[in-house]
Ligand binder design. Sequence first.
Ligand SMILES: C[S@@+](CC[C@H](N)C(=O)[O-])C[C@H]1O[C@@H](n2cnc3c(N)ncnc32)[C@H](O)[C@@H]1O
Length: 221
Amino acid sequence: MTSLDTLPLAPLLDRLFAEDEASAPFAIPAFAAMPATERDRLMESRTEYRDFYGHLKEMPLAVSRETGRLLYILARSIGARSVVEFGTSFGLSTLHLAAALRDNGGGKLITSEFEPSKIARARTNLEAGGLADLVEFRAGDALETLARDLPDAIDLILLDGAKSLYLDILGLLESRLRPGALIVADNADFSPEYAWHVRAPETGYVSVPFGGDVEVSLRVG
Ligand SMILES: C[S@@+](CC[C@H](N)C(=O)[O-])C[C@H]1O[C@@H](n2cnc3c(N)ncnc32)[C@H](O)[C@@H]1O
C-alpha cells in the first residue's frame, strides 16, 4: 500500500476532492457578473493574473483526481527527490507529490502561491496528511519566489499557476532540470507559447498533450 491509499492521506484526499467538486466559481457574484471575454482576458493576461486569481481565492481549483494520481505515478517512477510546483492553492497536487517523495524515501518539494489564505489552508492540509516536513512554501509571486534559492537538480516540475507565465517560470527553472526530468503542465492549451516551446524538438524535450488537460514533457537535452 502507498501513502496515497492509507491513513491519514486517503480520507483527506477524498474529502478535499469532494469539496473541490462541490465548489462553484460562478457562485462568486463578482466573477459570475464578469463577461466571459473579460474572464478570458484576465486569465490570459501577463499583468492582471493576480486580479483573476484574487476573485477565486476561496476556490480550490485543484487538479483532477486523475491528474493527482498521474503526478504520484510519475514522481514515483523517476524516483523523484526534488520537485518544484507553480501554483499551490489548497495543496491537492502538493499532497500527491509530497506523498510520492515520502514513498521514494524522502526529498523536498518547493511550492509557490501568492494568496496568503491559500498558503495557510495548504499548510493545514499538508500537516493533516503528515507530509508538511517535505514541503517548503514560498509566499509571493512565483516570478520572484522561484527566481532564487533553487535546488541544483530538479526531478519534476508541476506548472499550475497563471497560464500566461508558464514559459517564464520554466525559464527560471530550466537550467536545473536534470536529463530525464519531467514537467507536467495543467491546462497548457491556455499557454500556446509554452506548448510550442516544449513541443519543438530543438528545445530539448519530448512532449505530449493528453487526457484533454495536461501536457507531459520529458527533458532530454
Ligand atoms: C489552478 S490553482 C492550483 C491548484 C493546485 N495545483 C492543486 O491542484 O490543488 C492555481 C493557483 O496558482 C496561484 N497563482 C497563480 N499565479 C501565481 C503566481 N504568479 N505566483 C504564485 N501563485 C500564483 C493562484 O492563486 C491559484 O491558487
